[in-house]
Design a protein around this ligand. Structure first.
Ligand code: UDP
Ligand code: MG
Length: 316
């Protein structure tokens, strides 16, 4: 069994993959640990898989899985964790935003008995809008979620073998790994590092994708939004009841008055809004149940390093 598996999801990373590979080797070789690199090509449209094929041919410690299309980073991380054979598994991005220089430190903390070692980035050098957005999001998440999710504690982490096994027992197809890692528990330690810019290429996370990721995070971990709907409903019902009492009392004291059109239309529109929003929340959950009930696999594999080996063999 190897000591460390480094799992790397890659989507259109051909520009950085070689630099990344060299940097990881430079960080891990001096530690003397026995390691393997598990690359997952998430349906890249560029030459990423060609680069991986070459890396795997040159070095037996390199393994890879290539998806038939883009299935998203969550699916790629899952595939990587399934593929990893190490006693400890490190998840990291290919764009060098997760500095490989931190690997020895993570290993050391793991040797001190921690099952999860989290490298937590600060937000230096990020746009003001994005910073404000993430801060608000994490504040919301803390209010609504049953599991603890920490800002900047992303997917750059080391998991012990038993922690990986625990994550792999979670079958849901709507994966929100930040929540999953927190859900499995175990002794966790985190340390901070300074945010770094992407080495090359572009981030695949536009504003819309981030927003949807945020909604996923909120909805896939609990049913508190539904609880909120019940609370709002009760509150509205009580207000309406109080208002009705007031109208009756008024009619008894002052005689019958014709109530205003404005009050009526405001109430109708306001309540329709609340109903639609609530229906939307319920719909989201029903959608998720539908999605989960199909029990589709998380990804489809096109090739792995073994296929590449066979191909090379056949060509000889
Ligand atoms: N990634 C992936 N599939 C996707 C999008 C991203 O495997 O659909 C990988 C990507 O190659 C990188 C990591 O996930 O290694 C983080 O992506 P990115 O740098 O675009 O995200 P950011 O750092 O901006 O959050
Ligand atoms: Mg990045």
């Amino acid at each position: 069994m190897v000591e460390i598996s480094v799992v790397v999801p890659c989507f259109d990373e051909s520009e950085v993959i070689d630099v990344f590979h060299e940097t990881v080797l430079a960080a891990l070789e001096p530690t003397g640990a026995d390691f393997e690199l598990c690359y997952v090509d998430d349906g890249s449209r560029d030459a990423t898989v060609d680069r991986l094929r070459e890396l795997a041919r040159a070095d037996v410690r390199v393994r890879y899985t290539s998806f038939s299309r883009n299935f998203g980073k969550e699916a790629a991380m899952l595939a990587g964790m399934r593929m990893a054979r190490g006693a400890a598994v490190v998840l990291m991005d290919a764009d060098l935003q997760h500095p490989p220089e931190l690997l020895p430190r993570m290993l050391e903390l793991h040797q001190h008995g921690y099952d999860q070692v989290v490298a937590q980035r600060d937000r230096s050098g990020e746009g003001a809008v994005r910073k404000a957005f993430s801060r608000t999001y994490y504040r919301l998440v803390r209010r609504f979620m049953d599991v603890e999710v920490v800002d900047g504690a992303g997917d750059f982490r080391l998991l012990s073998r038993r922690a990986v096994e625990a994550v792999l027992t979670l079958p849901e197809s709507n994966r929100f790994s930040k929540g999953l890692f927190s859900w499995i528990g175990f002794d966790t330690v985190s340390f901070r590092y300074e945010n770094v810019e992407r080495a090359a290429g572009a981030s695949k996370w536009g504003g819309r994708r981030l927003l949807n990721y945020g909604i996923d995070g909120l909805l896939s971990f609990n049913s508190r939004p539904l609880r909120l709907a019940i609370h709002t409903g009760l509150w509205l019902f009580l207000s309406a009841f109080a208002y009705a009492l007031w109208i009756v009392a008024n009619a008894l004291l002052d005689g019958v008055d014709t109530p205003g059109y404005a009050t009526l239309i405001t109430a109708i529109v306001g309540l329709s809004g609340v109903q639609l929003a609530t229906l939307g929340v319920i719909g989201e959950y029903v959608g998720r149940i539908y999605h989960e009930s199909k029990r589709r696999p998380h990804y489809v594999v096109r090739e792995t390093e073994r296929d590449a080996g066979r191909r090379a063999g056949a060509g000889r």
